[in-house]
Ligand binder design. Structure first.
Ligand code: RUQ
Ligand code: CUA
Length: 643
């Protein structure tokens, strides 16, 4: 055991008593500076960056390990990390891949954003997928599952801006499908089923008139939100369940029976005041078999112009939705790795509610009350948001207002709830500052291994060099392999990773060169067939019409097969580039000067873009990726003649 941020003495794991003492010491520190405020008063700070960070600034001693303290996080040059971290990119609309524990950023995957490096949002295929939109807000990244663990096939991620779900192929780490979710705004929590690659469940956080076509603009009693099921294989919308409250986070069980949504504003208010009026909110539990049966039997309605079957489950508990009362405004819901317990984090209540999944069947059948499914409600701190697990029966909850992570034991929490005199809280640690999401290695699988915990802090304040008004976020790595949590790394990141999953490296197997299996290759093959061109081998300039030209061009380091393309001003020009190089890491691309065209063509890949030829003149096109000693010479001329 090496020195921790709290300078704890070396030696054997502390006894319960010394843990209590340590917690007491920490309690007296700044983390509990908010203890005296009312929960609601403190809640206001959730939305207020200034207050939050100045509160955080009340700290006197910066904590953190000395750099050499934790060789376990040090990955020497040339060595590989043992985990992949998949981070959402928040307002950047992307996904990021980090190595864990080094926290080195390895890659960014363009999803909902336009990306100048890869041409995502600008190539023909990505434009089609994005539908002309370039803004995205990714919050929740989850991988596809088989038998309760990651199967290495897909990454799913939400877009809150447009209400979409995207899928990334893990074999090539590129976005291959984006679905618009009907009747939804603010798609927030998403979660795939865990028994197999089945449904991906998506919550709309915003309630809107349904249908939202202008026929009802003024009557909020008609507003609703949708819990949407999308087939993870076909990316088709299968069904939607309409509910009355705003849905936040999403989770699934391990058996394929239920999905969950934390719900606030069960009172159906429109103003903030109305939304906050009730004492209780709910965890919605969706009964997937009952929903599927109703869909199969046609007991559904159609809404607006879509043919998606919709179940109207607004109002009371039904065979479709069970509403488990929890303290008001819950946020995260996280299933424990045994599949037995769903933990709902209180946000405005200093508690987590533990729901016993095995009791849900009785509750659906009306044999017990929904509230009877709650088997523990430990006090974890002010502003609990999300919970992760170590596979040893312990939970780790991110506590926003207190800027801490609380480690607690699920079994002890259940005993305490039953009246036993035990304290389920095992440890607390400072984080810097205002932590949002939290996740642990393999925490969302049956194989949770309790090694690393990442806390995604919303404010870094003074932990890094000042880079102007927008500071980095601070993703902190915590070693949870021992009894005490130890902060081992600060990881500055660009705005704003909401969530992350940490996946054992042996479960992820990307290819090194393009395998040409993604959906977009059907498009290129179809064009080539139309034109009688051998995509992999031939280069050809084809005038398709009075104002349109299609160019097939191969590339091989350090040359394009065509060095002169002549078109007329105003022509619509499509250039399809195929990279014949089959060498790992040998990417080419195409940039056309002054035409806003730039995209990548990886080894064995094809990519294309369409643009309008500008004013008459000569425009150099070139390969933007360093590919060869003669890379700078890899270019040609686009000659635009007057019409
Ligand atoms: S939310 S900080 Cu968008 Cu995942 Cu909880
Ligand atoms: Cu090809 Cu640079």
């Amino acid at each position: 055991m090496s020195a921790s941020n709290e300078n704890e003495p070396e030696g054997p794991p502390p006894s319960d008593e010394s843990v209590d003492d340590a917690i007491e010491t920490r309690r007296s520190g700044r983390r509990f500076f908010l203890k005296s405020t009312t929960v609601l008063g403190a809640a206001a700070i959730v939305g207020c960056g200034d207050d939050a960070s100045s509160g955080a600034g009340a700290t006197t001693t910066p904590s953190g390990p000395t750099p050499a303290a934790h060789p376990s996080t040090h990955i020497a040059p040339g060595e590989l990390d043992t985990y992949y971290g998949f981070w959402s990119g928040g307002q950047s609309g992307e996904i990021r891949i980090l190595g864990v524990p080094s926290m080195r950023e390895l890659k960014r995957i363009a999803v909902f954003n336009r990306d100048s490096a890869t041409g995502h949002g600008q190539t023909d295929w990505s434009k089609q997928v994005l539908g002309g939109r370039g803004a995205g807000d990714t919050h929740h990244v989850h991988l596809s599952y088989t038998d309760g663990t990651y199967d290495g096939r897909y990454i799913f991620v939400n877009d809150k801006v447009h209400g979409r779900l995207a899928r990334v192929r893990i074999d090539v780490m590129e976005t291959d499908a984006i679905v618009d979710i009907p009747h939804s705004q603010g798609t927030h929590g998403i979660f795939p089923q865990r028994h197999r690659t089945g449904l991906v469940l998506c919550n709309s956080e915003f309630r809107t008139p349904i249908p939202n076509d202008g026929t009802n603009l003024t009557d909020p009693s008609q507003y609703a939100a949708m819990h949407t099921a999308i087939d993870g294989e076909t990316m088709e919308v299968k069904w939607q369940v309409m509910v009355e409250g705003n849905m936040d986070l999403c989770a699934t069980d391990y058996q394929g029976k239920y999905s969950f949504a934390t719900c606030y504003n069960s009172e159906g208010g429109v103003t903030l005041e109305q939304m906050m009026s009730a004492e209780r909110d709910h965890l919605y539990v969706f009964n997937l078999a009952n929903i599927q049966r109703a869909v199969d039997e046609g007991r559904t309605i159609r809404v607006g112009r879509t043919d998606v079957p919709v179940i109207d489950a607004r109002g009371d508990n039904s065979e479709f939705v069970l509403r488990v009362p929890v303290p008001k405004s819950p946020h995260g819901v996280n299933m424990d790795p045994t599949g037995r317990y769903a933990v709902v984090s209180g946000k405005l209540s200093p508690t987590c509610s533990v729901i016993d999944v095995e009791k849900l069947e009785d509750a659906f059948a009306g044999r017990i009350q929904p509230r009877d499914c709650v088997v523990a409600e430990p006090e974890v701190g002010l502003g609990p948001l999300h919970t992760a697990y170590d596979g040893r029966g312990n939970a780790y909850t991110s506590i926003f207002l207190d800027s801490i992570v609380t480690k607690w034991n699920i079994a002890k929490a259940i005993e305490a709830y039953g009246g036993a005199d035990v304290d389920p809280i095992l440890d607390r640690i400072d984080v810097h500052y205002q932590i949002g999401h939290i996740n642990a290695s393999m925490s969302e699988t049956r194989e949770a291994d309790g090694k690393w915990l990442v806390g995604l802090c919303k404010f870094s304040k003074d932990r890094f060099l000042n880079v102007g008004p927008l500071k980095p976020e601070n993703d902190q790595l915590i070693d949870i392999s021992g009894d005490r949590m130890e902060l081992v790394h600060d990881g500055p990141t660009y705005s704003e990773p909401h969530d992350a999953v940490i996946v054992r490296a042996d479960l992820i197997h990307p290819t090194s060169i393009q395998n040409r299996e993604a959906a977009r290759f059907r498009l290129y093959e179809q064009w080539a067939q139309e034109d009688g061109v051998d995509l992999m081998r031939e280069s050809k300039i084809i005038r398709k019409g009075p104002r349109s030209v299609r160019v097939y061009m191969t590339s091989r380091a350090p040359n394009f097969a065509i060095t002169e393309i002549t078109v007329k001003t105003g022509d619509e020009v499509q250039i399809i580039v195929t990279n014949q190089d089959q060498v790992e890491d040998l990417s080419h691309g195409l940039t056309v000067s002054k035409h806003d065209v730039q995209f990548i063509v990886n080894a064995n890949d094809t990519n294309s873009a369409t643009f309008t030829a500008g004013a008459p003149g000569v425009y150099w096109y070139y390969c933007p990726w360093f590919c060869h000693a003669m890379h700078l010479e890899m270019r040609g001329r686009l000659i635009v003649e007057p019409r």
